[in-house]
Design a protein around this ligand. Structure first.
Ligand SMILES: Cc1cc2nc3c(=O)[nH]c(=O)nc-3n(C[C@H](O)[C@H](O)[C@H](O)COP(=O)(O)OP(=O)(O)OC[C@H]3O[C@@H](n4cnc5c(N)ncnc54)[C@H](O)[C@@H]3O)c2cc1C
Length: 366
């Protein structure tokens, strides 16, 4: 498909422009290094690297191969029907079939189907055509990502995260001297890495006293474009409308600081696929269980993203002192970081008390 415009039949029919984003897979090598001069008083490069053989620690009771306890699989979503009927329309009149118009080989074409799955990213024209509102959090910081090549001195088994001055970084090795790096910086620095030499200046920002190993990144070469985004989460109240269901970023996205975009998307695909496989009538599908699961999943992930952003992507002396305080307090009380297991094990694997203002205050305010 070279170019596509989507429209729905009926009075709300609109012609829309194409848009798109790139996806970045998460990468989880066995060793993890956290660099933060604020977290360890009196030393330049603390705390000591945390080496986690075999990957990340798992929360109690986590079984990696166990099926996730999602409401769709168990049919629990049906016990609490959603107020809005957009996602739950069994028995109702089928929606007019959605139509997608596109060009291929210079030819205008049109396709009609009982259901349109909108998987067209952040600027989803399907979402717009269906009139599904998108809500967005207030931005907290800028976040940019770049693929680096020829970083052969970077340990291919080591990923690292750190914050120093007005820059927070993350580095994830990809093998063969390639490392995917991310950097966060204050909202008032929108132009910091703009321009043709932006990728080079971005890499130079990784030269941080708290992480001397970053020299291997700085000596690497930018191997792709540098895109910067505000970190903000977004969400839809109902990721569906008659004849339409949204998945992935089209349905709302999570702050990339916790790197879960593709995991979210894959789970959306699984849940929607399971629902579709359970019925033959795709013109009247009940997506209520998916909508309900996704709303709570994204609420919890938004909560974790906000705490992570407050810890890793705030700058200045007060933020540094807070990182140091959390580092010290969590040594004695590891539960202060329990919310982070949502990233590796899924937010549904944790008790709901962890997603409350009380937990946030305990983590951020001590
Ligand atoms: C800075 C940054 C860093 C990130 N880092 C990570 C990370 O480390 N790990 C992670 O898991 N996630 C990460 N993400 C999030 C991740 O990229 C997304 O969540 C994920 O790509 C969403 O997948 P998607 O398929 O929903 O959307 P997309 O990947 O955006 O795919 C949508 C596709 O639809 C196509 N499209 C759109 N409109 C049309 C049209 N009209 N016709 C035809 N095609 C169309 C687009 O070209 C695109 O290929 C990051 C995001 C950002 C912004």
């Amino acid at each position: 498909m070279d170019r596509a415009v989507g429209r729905r039949r009926g009075p709300a029919a609109r012609t829309l422009r194409p848009a798109g984003l790139r996806g970045r897979p998460p990468h989880h090598p066995p060793r993890h290094l956290r660099r933060d001069p604020g977290a360890c008083p009196g030393r330049g490069e603390p705390p000591a690297a945390r080496h986690l053989p075999g990957g990340y620690p798992r929360p109690p009771g986590h079984r990696p191969s166990a099926p996730l306890p999602d409401p769709v699989r168990r049919g629990e979503g049906r016990r609490r029907p959603r107020r809005c009927g957009a996602c739950a329309s069994p028995g109702s009149r089928p929606a007019p079939p959605p139509t997608v118009a596109f060009e291929h080989d210079g030819q205008a074409r049109e396709a009609t189907a009982p259901l349109l799955v909108g998987a067209d990213g952040r600027a989803s024209m399907v979402r717009e055509a269906a009139g599904i509102p998108l809500h967005q959090d207030a931005p907290h910081h800028w976040f940019a990502g770049l693929l680096v090549e020829d970083a052969h001195d970077w340990d291919p088994q080591l990923q690292a995260i750190g914050t120093e001055d007005d820059f927070g970084f993350l580095a994830f090795p990809q093998g063969d001297g390639k490392v995917r790096v991310y950097g966060g910086y204050p909202l008032d620095q929108a132009r910091r890495f703009k321009g043709s030499d932006g990728p080079r200046r971005f890499l130079d920002a990784f030269a941080l006293a708290c992480s001397p190993k970053n020299a291997a990144l700085v000596s690497g070469k930018p191997a792709g474009p540098l895109f910067a985004y505000v970190n903000a989460d977004s969400w839809t109240d109902e990721p569906c409308a008659p004849g339409v269901v949204l998945i992935g970023d089209a349905a709302g996205w999570n702050d990339p600081i916790i790197g879960l975009g593709l995991s979210i998307t894959y789970r959306d695909v699984r849940l929607v696929s399971d629902i579709l496989k359970a019925t033959d009538d795709w013109a009247r599908v009940d997506f209520g269980a998916y909508a309900e699961e996704r709303a709570e999943r994204m609420r919890r992930l938004r909560f974790v993203g906000q705490i992570t952003a407050a810890i890793d992507m705030e700058f200045g002396e007060a933020a540094r002192a807070r990182r140091r305080s959390l580092f010290e307090r969590s040594a004695a009380d590891p539960g202060l970081k329990a919310h982070a297991f949502a990233v590796m094990a899924g937010p549904e694997s944790l008790p709901s008390e962890l997603f409350t203002d009380a937990h946030r205050a305990r983590v951020l305010e001590g």
